[in-house]
Design a protein around this ligand. Sequence first.
Ligand code: K7E
Ligand code: CUA
Length: 652
Amino acid sequence: MRDRKLYRVGIPLAVVAGAFLLAMSCADGGGQVSGDVGDIAQARGLSQADVTAALKTYVPTGKMDEYLLFSSAGHGGQVLVIGVPSMRLLKVIGVFTPEPWQGWGYGAEDTHLVLAEGEMNNRPITWADTHHPALSETDGDYDGQYLFINDKANPRIAVIDLRDFETKQIVTDPLMASNHGGAFVTPNTEYVIEAAQYAAPLDGSYAPLSEYEEKYRGAITFWKFDRDAGRLDLDQTFVIELPPYWQDLSDAGKGPSFGWAFLNSFCSEMATGGIESGNPPFEAGCSANDMDYLAIVNWQAAAEVAAQPGKTVQIQGRRVIPIQTAVEEGLLYFAPEPKSPHGADVTPDGTQIIVSGKLDPHATIYSWEKIQQAIANQDFSGTDDFGIPILNFDAIIDGQVELGLGPLHTQFAGNGVAFTSLFLEPSVVKWNYEQMQVIEKLPVHYNVGHLAAAEGDTKSPDGNYLVSLNKWSLDRFTPVGPLLPQNFQLIDVAGPQMQLLYDSPIGIGEPHYAQMIKADKLNVWQTYPEIGFDPRRMAPAEDPAMPGEERIERRGNEVHVYMTAIRSHFTPEHIEVNQGDNVVIHLTNVEQALDATHGFAVDKHNINVSIEPGESQVIRFTADQAGVFPYYCTEFCSALHLEMVGYLLVKP
Ligand code: K7E
Ligand code: CUA
């Protein structure tokens, strides 16, 4: 209601005048309003809350955002980078999906090599259902070095280097049919955690659904991260076999719970659907039981077990710890968790784990200390069908708090304050998990999934900004057809009352999760460090074109072109080859000036490469069509940009 109170000229005027008079004083015609702040607000129907929201989000030209929000682009297959508090979209990083502006998958060999790592069963897969980005951490804090993101549909993890915001590696998980509980990192990015969602045989074979309990399995993969190399290391990666429940979300313990991971599951009913044959549909079969399980995994001990001979089995080239071994070695325990849970979030101090009910209005708060005691005392209420000990529920919880309808994901603000999304209300609820009290609810628009708080997954969240990642936007934006954008709503959570600040339409995919990092933690390269640099290897290129050494060399039926780009010409400007020749262009942008990017497109060849200052790329294609093909720069780089062109002449 306070949102809709009309702006009154009065107290806020002095505050707003400076900022707004400058910005608005020019507006005269075209339906714009002139006058002082009060007049403008009145004429535009802005409430006092609207004006304060505008002041809190407006970032004037030349000023920069305080935070960067790294968001999944959902089935857009990419990563979005958004400035906070302005909510301006700064970049769409090409990850699993070709992206022509960045030349991601349009001729630059390096980008094809990375995308090719993501092929599954020899099939190129050029889309992804990205869910959870994870910033690399050092000592439980985002360190601004790397970003990982999962693909739910085709179980994969991508590694993005935050020096140049480019994807460096894609790994596939052949054991899983789909994944969901990733990417989540351990406090020093020792491992990137990924968990299967829908169960399937781990060896990739066929098995009828009647053999579900025997043949189908879940899994949790601990991808070893080699920080120096900036790559996930498959040799040191290991997997723990899990029952064929559907794994949901993971989080890594920190502080006292360091070395452990928490992974909730649903559909422990092991329903196999088949509504068409008179079976309960999945939605009913998977929510029949009152309790599912939170898996509690000792990854530090598991890494040691995985290194011992005879303790693992090889499945599809991966080291897998069988369920039975995991139980015998004390690596895996279950805690009951109520009613189709969603989200498992470790508190900043690492002493508690919060799990939401999805079909239960409560969040359950598990105590790490009590879990440890229950494990030590073998305080079990039984085992599941696969022999995994189930901890006694009442012995390990600190309590349950009724939050509202459809609680999903929790983020933190420090001092015991948490925010949980309520999908069904739809609202964000602010509550205190130490005092077990609801503080405030704020309606959001609409159907919120994840929340992202400033530094929200670290050991010291900032407690000022929260973004609500809403699935439906309904009436929030000017209509753009039946497919509506998602709605990211920025919320100021610094004060005693939450204030909704800004609606940001997301017109690419359906983002799930995002993480927000203080921008000054990143150490971003402005240009590549030297001329002739290979961004995939993050090292000087092996055979780059260098200024003064441009040339065309024929090697059999391969024609190597050493080409440089600088405002406003390519050297050479003529390439003449014979039809059927294989053309290899070594292309270097020899600029060192900030933002002096050149493009390189070859007409009718599906080639468009972006070469940033210093970057060197290799472009390979077969000149299979005789004819004349201009190549030109696709970035408007200078006054003579249109003249930055050459001719590829292919002789029959
Ligand atoms: Cu809740 Cu994939 Cu994290 Cu979507 S998941 S919202
Ligand atoms: Cu270079 Cu346009």
